[in-house]
Design a protein around this ligand. Structure first.
Ligand code: SF4
Length: 517
């Protein structure tokens, strides 16, 4: 090849080694899988660490102030990496990048070269000048981003994402984090109006993926041997209301209440989607995807149809994450949550009647604007009443741009910490008690990790001996289970007898055989 052409040849040695730092929820992790896949398809290599990368992509979370502070705290390190290697580029994406805060981003994140809103992530490769015929990125031929009014702000919509996801699935360019477990987005954005939440402003209004695209992705995953699929979205329960009506869904009753009364006649719903995925079967009649999970569910949209589908589909796991946020009606009202504590408890009763033994987890915010001691105690009371298997609790932090930012943040930080600790302490006792009830039982664990366990994992005070490798995984109820064994168990279903219980995990021994052998 002539020397004069050399400058036009992109060889692997001149392409950046990338590192994606993902914070936050499963949706971010799934988005990062798409970005990593696009960069690999463009010929870039993945770096094992941020320090060795020429391209750092930060997929940020803005749900709490602490998550944003983590990224801001890395700006100094990133700036010195760029000084040491001037070719290094830093991209910031995820919920920290919104249409209405663009002007302030460069000041807040000085080491960042390129800001991409979540709906712009498919443009990553093209915007970095790394597009090739095999990895064209998203520029020409695709519709420009669309904007929508959300409250007093303007947010970008996810209009393009169902199409770019379909292209990535068809092109096989998603770099999945696991061979046995997969995330499948079903709906982007959120139409709810929780006053503390930034998501409706960062990800825009709800956009559901086409029903058949989701089914095709699940079918391909089953074919590839994936054992556990988690359907994801900010509120998966409202799936389908924005899809066009179709004859095959004509029997679905209209006028569902999805935070507002809208005509959903003839449109698919999440229950129909669960049933269709569950109906993918092997020759012997077993579900092609043995474990089907979904997250996150807004209680308002947890319909009887959906509870029936959870109960009747053998692949749907006996675990539900159902965020409650507070146990007090006045606080729930200020949060814009659209249900009362009593209605929530009634839902839990219906769920437990339909799916005996179902494990429940939730999110709780303490110290929200105006939360009194009595109102905080209502949250403790609700925890005692429901007895969750797991609670993700956080002290309230104001998110600029949200409706709640106009309310006083009047619970002092020390008091928020006290409430958080009290709630976590209560939950630790409940979780431990529920876990102790597993001792002596047999349960099926899908092993997904093999490593040196920590003393905390083992519920011991002294660290384990060097070289000790243990494996861990989840049962259908989403309990974390540790057991003896090596990497040969990864990706296998193991029959385990539970011998010990801690507040956050179980320990057991393998009994019987593994599947697949
Ligand atoms: Fe945020 Fe509420 Fe939507 Fe969840 S349901 S993403 S908390 S607005």
């Amino acid at each position: 090849m002539g020397a004069e052409l050399a400058e036009y040849v992109i060889g692997p040695e001149s392409l950046p080694r990338f590192f994606i730092w993902t914070l936050g929820c499963q949706m971010n992790h799934s988005d990062s899988e798409e970005m990593a896949g696009a960069l690999l398809a463009a010929g870039c290599a993945e770096s094992g660490s941020l320090e060795d990368a020429d391209l750092v992509v930060i997929n940020s979370c803005a749900i709490r102030e602490a998550a944003e502070q983590k990224v801001i705290g890395r700006m100094g390190q990133l700036a010195s990496l760029k000084r040491a290697r001037p070719g290094t580029r830093v991209v910031l994406t995820g919920c920290a990048v919104r249409e209405d805060n663009r002007p302030a981003l460069a000041k807040r994140y000085p080491a960042v070269d390129l800001f991409l809103r979540p709906d712009e992530e498919p443009e990553l490769v093209a915007r970095l000048g790394l597009a090739t015929p095999t990895a064209p990125g998203l520029m020409a031929g695709h519709a420009p981003p669309t904007l929508a009014r959300v409250g007093r702000s303007v947010a970008a919509t996810a209009d393009r994402l169902p199409g770019t996801r379909a292209s990535a699935v068809a092109g096989g360019t998603i770099r999945r984090e696991s061979q046995w477990e997969a995330w499948v987005p079903v709906i982007y954005g959120c139409d709810k109006t929780c006053t503390y939440c930034i998501v409706p402003f960062s990800r825009g209004p709800e956009r559901s993926r086409p029903f058949d695209d989701i089914l095709a992705e699940c079918r391909a995953l089953a074919w590839a041997g994936v054992h556990n699929v988690t359907l994801i979205g900010q509120n998966v329960n409202s799936y389908g209301h924005d899809r066009p009506p179709e004859e095959r869904f004509a029997d679905l009753a209209g006028g569902r209440t999805l935070g507002r009364r809208i005509d959903t006649t003839g449109r698919p719903d999440f229950a129909a989607l669960l049933r269709a995925i569950d109906a993918l079967r092997l020759e012997g009649g077993e579900p092609a995807i043995p474990r089907l999970r979904f997250v996150t569910s807004h209680p308002w949209d947890l319909t009887d149809r959906l509870i029936d589908a959870i109960a009747e589909c053998p692949s749907v796991c006996e675990h539900l994450h159902l965020p409650v946020q507070s146990g007090d009606d006045a606080v729930l009202h200020r949060m814009g949550r659209q249900y009362s504590a009593e209605a929530y408890l009634h839902l839990v009763e219906r769920l437990r009647a339909a799916v005996p033994g179902i494990a429940l987890s939730t999110d709780v915010i303490v110290g929200f604007s105006g939360e009194s001691e009595r109102q905080f105690e209502a949250s403790l009371k609700l925890l005692r009443a429901v007895r969750y298997d797991q609670v993700f609790a956080a002290a309230y932090s104001v998110r600029p741009g949200t409706p709640a930012a106009r309310l006083p943040d009047d619970v002092p930080p020390g008091e928020k910490r006290r409430r958080l600790n009290a709630l976590l302490e209560l939950q630790e006792g409940i979780g431990w008690e529920l876990n102790r009830a597993w001792v002596g039982r047999r349960t099926e664990v899908l092993v997904d990790r093999a490593d040196q366990p920590s003393a905390h994992d083992l519920g011991e005070t002294r660290p384990p001996a060097r070289g000790v490798v243990r494996v861990s995984g989840r049962n259908r109820e989403n309990k974390l289970v540790h057991l003896d064994g090596g990497p040969e168990l990864l990706g296998r279903f193991v029959d385990v007898r539970i011998e010990r219980a801690g507040p956050y995990s179980l320990q057991g021994s393998q009994v019987g055989s593994t599947i697949p052998e």
